[in-house]
Design a protein around this ligand. Structure first.
Ligand SMILES: NC(=O)c1ccc[n+]([C@@H]2O[C@H](COP(=O)([O-])OP(=O)(O)OC[C@H]3O[C@@H](n4cnc5c(N)ncnc54)[C@H](O)[C@@H]3O)[C@@H](O)[C@H]2O)c1
Length: 440
């Protein structure tokens, strides 16, 4: 659907419910973070919606508002969180277990966090082999489970007086599966739900339940959920925005910062070896080769689209790209990611770059979840539906509106696309960077 310019955007009045299927490390870090920021205990570092600015008009106009003052986004004061998990722990216990944020901060937020309790999950062991849930729904069929999720959502919305809802999957990475016949149309998918087709993953049941109710859905993990024809058909039919997949944090963030730089300067790349050690529950899930496969596919796609080896075979035609993740409990959520990059320059002379990123996974992911929730809500109010490609900025493996269209991985093009979409929606001119004489 062509993007209309200066559209009528419904105001962000009333409460926005943010639903998180999966309330583990990332989920509880975003919830605790928003509560802390709301109380003035911390700053929303890493969040484009809260801290980013946007230039309007000429450089000489000196008109650079904060994005949150420019676009009509929901205010953090109007946000309320809910979700589902395999474990019944409230957000305080789950955040303490995840060990991302320090106990002193969590203690200050204790009352509010304890009041956030996950609803029982839709789960199937075959899709996440290393977790054994105890807080689960049972139902006569997968359609029955989808209906139960719908009832949960309705109840949550009524209890909290929500005007609008959005969902961001923060659940575990499911095993790698390709789409099958049951995913090809909405009719086949709904029949599959009634027949409890084994090819329908739990994450797809959540996505279906949300889209049926017109709730925008973003997928933070690499497994298929809204990127199947059945879900896109439903999103279009119900006028709902979707986006995915796999939050771009840590090592892939570094890749999409560095690789466009090498490409811009026409430096060749022979090899890129990436390895990680990670000790949280996500690391434990990814220790299962089938879940790791989903992650690997999502991580490997990045370099090919940035380097375009077909256009510059002499620079990028023969790259060895390896990605490894090793589960190493002592590190908890504090991942260490090493990259060895073999590059070559003028006349083919080789050089090496080593990156050792001691990062904090959930600290990098939390602002992404917040931004996605606020931008997806904006998209819905602006009448946008289907795949939100302007949010590629946040994804390791961005979904495109058509299957034959390659994704844009370059972080800086993604940022330009995002900001120009906001300008377009608000009726301002895109920034072309043409130069002083022409446009400034
Ligand atoms: N942290 C990052 O930097 C990052 C980056 C990209 C993607 N991700 C993805 O985000 C997701 C969350 O990461 P995390 O570190 O919070 O993991 P986590 O293991 O701490 O939390 C995931 C939670 O999801 C729950 N869960 C699993 N299946 C569920 C289901 N069917 N319904 C409801 N809950 C379910 C688990 O019980 C767990 O509490 C993972 O898929 C991870 O791969 C994280």
């Amino acid at each position: 659907m062509p993007l209309e310019r200066n559209v009528d955007i419904a105001p962000a009045s009333g409460k926005l419910g943010i639903l998180l299927p999966g309330m583990g490390a990332v989920g509880t870090t975003v919830i605790s973070g928003v509560l802390a920021i709301r109380r003035g205990l911390a700053q929303p570092i890493g969040s484009l919606t809260q801290m980013g600015t946007i230039r309007l008009g000429k450089r000489t106009d000196d008109n650079v508002p904060l994005i949150k003052d420019y676009a009509p986004l929901a205010s953090l004061d109007d946000v309320v969180f809910g979700g589902w998990d395999l474990f019944p722990d409230d957000a305080y216990v789950a955040a303490s277990r995840a060990g991302v944020l320090d106990g002193h901060l969590l203690e200050q937020l204790g009352e509010e966090l304890r009041a956030i309790r996950p609803m029982p999950a839709v789960f199937e062991q075959a899709y996440v082999k290393n977790l054994h849930g105890e807080h689960l729904k049972s139902g006569a069929s997968k359609m029955d489970l989808a209906d139960q999720l719908g009832e949960d959502i309705q109840r949550f919305s009524d209890e909290h007086g929500c005007d609008r809802l959005v969902a961001v999957w923060c659940g575990s990475t499911e095993v790698y599966r390709q789409a099958t016949a049951v995913h090809q149309s909405l009719e086949a998918f709904e029949q599959g739900l009634r027949d409890s087709d084994p090819d329908i993953a739990p994450s797809q049941i959540y996505a279906y339940a949300c889209l049926k109710l017109g709730i925008p859905y973003a997928n933070g993990a690499p497994n298929l959920s809204v990127d199947i024809p059945a879900m896109l058909e439903l999103a279009r039919a119900n006028g709902v925005p979707v986006a995915g997949k796999d939050f771009k944090t840590g090592q892939t963030l570094m890749k999409t910062i560095l690789a466009p730089g090498f490409k811009a300067r026409m430096l060749g790349v022979r090899g890129w070896y990436s390895t990680n050690i990670l000790g949280n529950r996500d690391g434990e899930v990814l220790d299962d080769p089938e879940s790791f496969k989903a992650k690997e596919v999502s991580k490997l796609g990045v370099l090919d689209t940035i380097f375009e080896p077909d256009r510059n075979p002499e620079l990028y035609g023969d790259i060895t790209h390896v990605v490894r993740i090793n589960y190493y409990p002592p590190r908890g959520d504090n991942k260490e990611g090493w990259d060895n990059i073999d590059i070559f320059g003028w006349l083919g002379y080789p050089m090496q770059i080593k990156v050792d990123f001691l990062c904090r996974d959930s600290i990098l992911a939390a602002p992404i979840v917040l931004d996605l929730a606020l931008f997806m809500d904006l998209a819905k109010r602006a009448g946008m539906s289907g795949v939100q490609e302007w949010l590629s900025f946040y994804w390791k493996s961005p979904q495109t509106p058509k299957p034959d269209l390659y994704p844009e991985h370059d972080l800086f093009i993604q940022l330009m696309k995002l900001k120009n979409t906001l300008r377009h929606l608000m009726g301002d001119d895109p920034i072309t960077h043409l130069g002083a004489e022409y446009y400034d």
